[in-house]
Design a protein around this ligand. Structure first.
Ligand code: RP5
Length: 149
């Protein structure tokens, strides 16, 4: 995430990955305040076994796009709701990537879906994870069907 102030929004990504037993690491690195360390972190990510990067940032939210420019790993962007513009600035900063450097952009504050999207990617080559994801979807579906109002 771009700032420690993004943590409340990004925390559900971590708890969701934990639900699925997926190891992760979390870092605060700003595209604007720490461009050098960010580049170092991203370039060393594959050597550490990192397969997907979820990047959350708000305002002039260049973090996911800059990360995508620095790696061929899949990058999932989470626009963090900003005080001034309610996250519309964050969303537009992340979603309109130029052709050739994609970022999978989630909804504003959509950190849980970012993790679930990462699970879907990882499940492509992991049968056990794929079954867990199907079970998760079934429980979610059943919950809706069993709702009594
Ligand atoms: C972005 O600026 C961060 O991702 C955060 O959402 C926003 C504000 O950062 P702080 O000023 O709270 O550190 O880089």
């Amino acid at each position: 995430m771009g700032s420690a102030s993004d943590w409340d929004v990004m925390c559900p990504a971590c708890t969701t990955l934990e639900e699925f037993g997926i190891p992760y690491e979390k870092r605060v690195l700003s595209a604007h305040r720490n461009p050098g360390p960010l580049a170092e972190y991203v370039s060393s990510a594959p050597d550490k076994g990192i397969e997907i990067i979820i990047a959350g940032a708000g305002g002039a939210a260049h973090l996911p796009g800059v990360i995508a420019a620095l790696t061929t790993l899949p990058v999932i962007g989470v626009p963090v709701k900003s005080k001034a513009l309610n996250g519309l600035d964050s969303l537009l900063s992340i979603v309109q990537m130029p052709s050739g450097i994609p970022v999978a952009t989630m909804a504003i504050d959509g950190a849980r879906n970012a993790a679930l999207y990462a699970v879907s990617i990882l499940a492509l080559k992991d049968e056990i994870l794929s079954e867990k994801l199907k079970e998760f979807r079934k429980k979610q579906s059943d919950k809706v069907l069993n709702t009594i109002i």
